[in-house]
Write a protein that binds this ligand. Structure first.
Ligand SMILES: [Zn+2]
Length: 326
């Protein structure tokens, strides 16, 4: 039994998730810890291993008991070197996660980008046998993405493909964490929402229903559930900002469809978990308005059913694929 277990770890902008999965990709145990986002890469990876240890402990297991380990990073990951580059939500640093993991565990860890691995997990779970292409958008602290083409993850040159959050949707638009202007991530991500709400309060003196002990003008850290509550309470500023994000994401998704023409689009991530049902109609209307060629009913749009475990489960799937473990 132990031989068939895989470990997946997801480094998010605010939380680290770890899962232990069986050969059917079922999550047997999970754990989470806050991300020490400002710490050195080695400290961050130590915390990833600590989170993994907590998940394993629930099954009375140790790291040596799993047959393969996969990890997801919020940055492009070079499949050849394991280098994480341009981790914009971790201070834009570049480092070799593969080398650090090897030093700390003595093992080779399979590495991938978080949006890619979330998309891989969704493809494996909900894709029927005839489905060959899928685009995933994961709205969390940032905006991750992934593309499956002909049943395989699109890696591209140096693992840089499917950085969907950095598609530029407005020339000279909002400043993105990557340094460019007008990226879709600067309109549709938790950090983008909070910054736009803060700007509305500062410049237009808007009021908000967001609780003052959870939302301040100084921090971009807020749980999705508070944004969701304010949106559902029809907070005008919160609705304006999030609806704009959903409209912009619809434009971005339609643009990717003009390139990929997928069979399905999946929306996931923390923001979608807490308010996907209310964002979806706004997204869909904008998507259909901007879609070229294909009839909208040819492209299925689904919300992730995984919740917090999607990316970590995708990391475990990648590890199985790379190690040839079933
Ligand atoms: Zn960007």
């Amino acid at each position: 039994m132990k031989d068939s277990l895989a470990l997946g770890i997801d480094l998010g902008g605010s939380k680290i998730y770890a899962v232990v999965t069986d050969p059917d990709d079922k999550v047997l145990a999970s754990a989470k810890l806050p991300t020490p986002a400002d710490a050195a890469p080695e400290i961050i990876i130590r915390t990833m291993l600590e989170t993994a240890g907590n998940a394993l402990e629930k099954l009375n297991l140790k790291l040596d008991d799993v047959s393969c380990i996969g990890a997801a990073f919020p940055s492009p990951v070079d499949p050849a070197t394991g280098d994480c580059t341009f981790a914009t939500n971790l201070g834009g640093r570049s480092f070799s996660a593969k080398a650090i993991f090897r030093e700390l565990t003595g093992r080779d860890v399979s590495l991938g980008n978080d949006g890619d691995l979330g998309t891989l997990a969704e493809f494996r779970r909900d894709g029927n046998d005839s489905e060959k292409s899928l685009i995933g958008f994961f709205i969390g602290t940032g905006l991750g993405g992934g593309i499956i083409l002909d049943g395989k993850l699109l890696e591209g040159n140096s693992g840089m493909a499917a950085e969907l959050g950095h598609m530029i949707v407005r020339k000279g638009g909002r400043r993105c964490g990557c340094g460019h202007r007008g990226c879709i991530e600067a309109y549709c991500s938790k950090v983008a929402f909070v910054k736009a709400i803060q700007k509305g309060i500062r410049q237009r003196n808007c009021q908000t229903l967001l609780p003052p002990d959870k939302f301040t003008l100084e921090s971009t850290n807020i749980k999705s559930k508070y944004l969701s509550k304010a949106y559902r309470g029809r907070d005008p500023l919160v609705c304006e900002v999030i609806d704009k994000g959903a409209v912009m994401l619809g434009i971005a998704a339609a643009s990717v469809c003009a390139v990929v023409a997928p069979e399905r689009i999946v929306l996931g991530g923390g923001v979608i978990d807490s308010m996907g049902d209310v964002i979806l109609p706004v997204f869909r209307k904008s998507f259909e308005k901007h879609l070229f060629g294909l009839s909208p009913d040819k492209i299925k749009i689904s919300l992730s059913s995984y919740g917090d475990d999607a990316v970590a489960t995708g990391a475990a799937i990648l590890a199985r694929q790379q190690k040839g473990v079933r």
